[in-house]
Design a binder for this molecule. Structure first.
Ligand code: UDX
Length: 474
């Protein structure tokens, strides 16, 4: 009987995906889930009740996934009361409370449900432990940028060499020379936790250490990138995890495989304001800079005003996503935003959430002022839009360095938030350096497209991934 079950499981593998409960990983994991559905696998998507309600309210995922008979959503509580904030300062609460709920849930579902492979977010190190404990295969999916993941993988060495925690002077321009491949590149100010003074007490440093310790305990590692973008880094990462699948850009891989059927659709946790597209329709080609700081990053009111005046003074049109929780430690006032916008009606348009992929693909968009979240970066590359980077934390700080210095597809503002500097970088992006930056990003975009086409590196990596999942029995 057991033998029969194993054969059946091998014939139709059952994958359980478990994303970090925030927008960016939910996007990437849903894209991966849909790719698995297209490959004929049985798929369970484990989401938090809170996020599932938002997804159902603001998107058509429910009907979209209904067409796949072997797909199901499962939900669990994230352990927080409904009205508890879940944005960045409260992120720690969310991670801890979810772990308390998810651990027993995973033990139960994995012993009962015939799941043959779990794909948790890289941050869920405990899911890897549970899989090993109950004998189910596990492949981690690190949804952050691979350049940051490589820095994480070097943490033990950096602690040994005394590079971290930072001590002594406060020189943020000091190079960190012990990350292979980044010897002349990575400054303290580009480090994921750039004010790191104590590794033992810094929550995010501890999480990163647990995350990298779980990588060798997984069967493989999935990354949302492509060989022509991150090849040298992938070689380094493969020295720790030989079975690394670079399957990105995932949204483009999905779009390409769905090409004859339909375009991929939104996975937004917020309601998308499509009036942004109508506004863009009325603007000249490549005349608008799109401004968005993703789903979690916050600004102080002072920073917000510097950005506003810098943008206005540049004379360039802009479309700005101002989430209602964009302001740090302050009540977001719609009145305040209204007053700002009233002063610059012809050239500025504000929404609280946009259909970002559509916005970036719009011909009126000439550039992207971004927080350098990994999905935003990949989407900008695919849509051939050069970037200005205002990195706030974690992987964004490393990614923005790569955007400016390695890929040369944007300008890294790193820590200098004053209106004169903002005015200058906006003009540089949209006028002075436009051609140069556009040429580099066009080339990367073309390589991204090739990578997901039949026979391309990401296309093949996905095929290998599916084959390997089929081989992994219980
Ligand atoms: C978080 C972390 O902040 C980031 O460092 C890490 O790389 C990924 O997780 P997030 O703020 O969600 O990222 O940014 P990002 O990775 O850029 O993802 C945001 C997603 O939301 C994108 O897919 C983007 O298309 C979407 N989005 C954003 C919208 O659909 N509309 C918007 O108005 C803004």
């Amino acid at each position: 009987m057991e033998h029969h079950n194993t054969i059946e499981a091998k014939m139709c593998p059952h994958v359980l995906l478990f994303p970090l409960p925030i927008q960016s990983p939910i996007n990437s994991m849903l894209q991966l889930a849909e790719l698995f559905c297209l490959a004929g696998l049985q798929v369970t998507f484990l989401n938090t009740n809170h996020n599932q309600q938002l997804l159902y309210r603001h998107t058509n995922v429910e009907s979209r996934f209904r067409q796949y008979p072997k797909f199901q959503f499962r939900t669990i509580s994230d352990g927080l009361p409904d009205d508890h904030p879940r944005s960045f300062p409260m992120f720690e609460d969310l991670i801890n409370s979810l772990q308390a709920v998810a651990e027993p849930f995973l033990r139960d579902i994995l012993t009962e449900s015939g799941v043959t492979c779990v794909i948790p977010d890289g941050l869920f190190y405990y899911a890897v432990d549970i899989c090993n404990e109950v004998g189910v295969s596990v492949i981690s999916f690190d949804t952050i940028s691979p350049c940051c993941l490589w820095v994480y993988l070097c943490f033990p060495k950096l602690i040994q060499t005394g590079d971290i925690p930072f001590k002594g002077n406060d020189d943020l321009d000091m190079l960190i020379e012990n990350v292979p491949g980044m010897e002349d590149l990575l400054r303290r100010r580009d480090f994921p936790f750039y004010r790191l003074t104590n590794c033992a007490t810094d929550l995010y440093c501890q999480l990163a250490l647990k995350e990298i310790q779980s990588i060798p305990r997984s069967h493989g590692l999935i990354l949302n990138t492509f060989e022509d973008l991150d090849g040298p880094l992938l070689s380094h990462i493969r020295s720790h995890c030989p079975q690394t699948y670079a399957v990105g850009p995932l949204h483009l891989q999905l779009k390409t495989r769905l090409a004859d059927k339909r375009m991929s659709s939104s996975n937004s946790l917020w309601e998308e304001d499509h009036s942004s597209i109508q506004w863009l329709d009325a603007q000249p080609i490549e005349s608008v800079i799109y401004v968005s700081f993703g789903s979690l990053a916050t600004l102080t009111k002072e920073e917000m005003l510097e950005f506003w005046h810098g943008l206005v003074n540049s004379g360039i049109r802009f479309l700005w996503v101002m989430r209602s929780d964009l302001l740090r430690e302050e009540e977001f006032s719609h009145q305040f935003v209204k007053e700002l916008a009233a002063g610059c009606k012809e050239r500025a348009y504000i929404v609280s959430w946009a259909p970002q992929e559509k916005v970036l693909s719009h011909p009126a968009i000439g550039g992207f002022l971004t927080h350098s979240g990994w999905n935003s970066t990949m989407e900008s590359i695919v849509e051939r839009k050069p970037m200005i980077c205002w990195a706030v934390y974690v992987d964004q700080r490393v990614t923005s360095r790569f955007v400016g210095e390695v890929w040369k597809i944007g300008l890294d503002m790193k820590d200098i938030c004053d209106r004169d500097n903002i005015e200058k970088v906006v003009k540089d992006l949209m006028v002075t350096n436009k051609e140069k930056l556009k040429k580099s990003v066009d080339k990367l975009s073309m390589l991204a497209e090739i990578s997901v086409g039949e026979g391309g590196s990401s296309y093949n990596a996905f095929e290998y991934l599916v084959d390997d999942i089929k081989k992994l029995g219980r």
